[in-house]
Design a protein around this ligand. Structure first.
Ligand SMILES: [Zn+2]
Length: 88
């Protein structure tokens, strides 16, 4: 998650409370580590509530919790490009 500011006149739906939020209002971007395209805009208050409930680790906390043997770069790339062989 990171602070977000957006000047585009768009509204987003907060994944925590389900209500719309104005892009100009204070909010944050959250995204699963494995898929940046699934990022969501959420109310700052809702995120803080989720954080206090332990449901939303920060990037640093997530990395610390998952540090360890990681898939090879090739395996990770194959996961991103299903059906394509990288050695062709
Ligand atoms: Zn909300």
């Amino acid at each position: 998650m990171r602070p977000a500011s957006n000047l585009k006149p768009a509204t987003y739906r907060c994944p925590f409370c389900g209500k719309h939020l104005a892009s100009m209002s204070e909010h944050v971007l959250i995204a699963p580590e494995d898929d940046r395209s699934k990022r969501r805009h959420a109310h700052m208050d809702c995120v803080q509530r989720a954080r206090q409930a332990g449901r939303l680790p920060t990037r640093d906390e997530w990395l610390a919790a998952t540090r360890g043997p990681r898939p090879s770069l090739g395996a990770r790339l194959r996961g991103l490009l299903p059906g394509r062989r990288l050695d062709e």
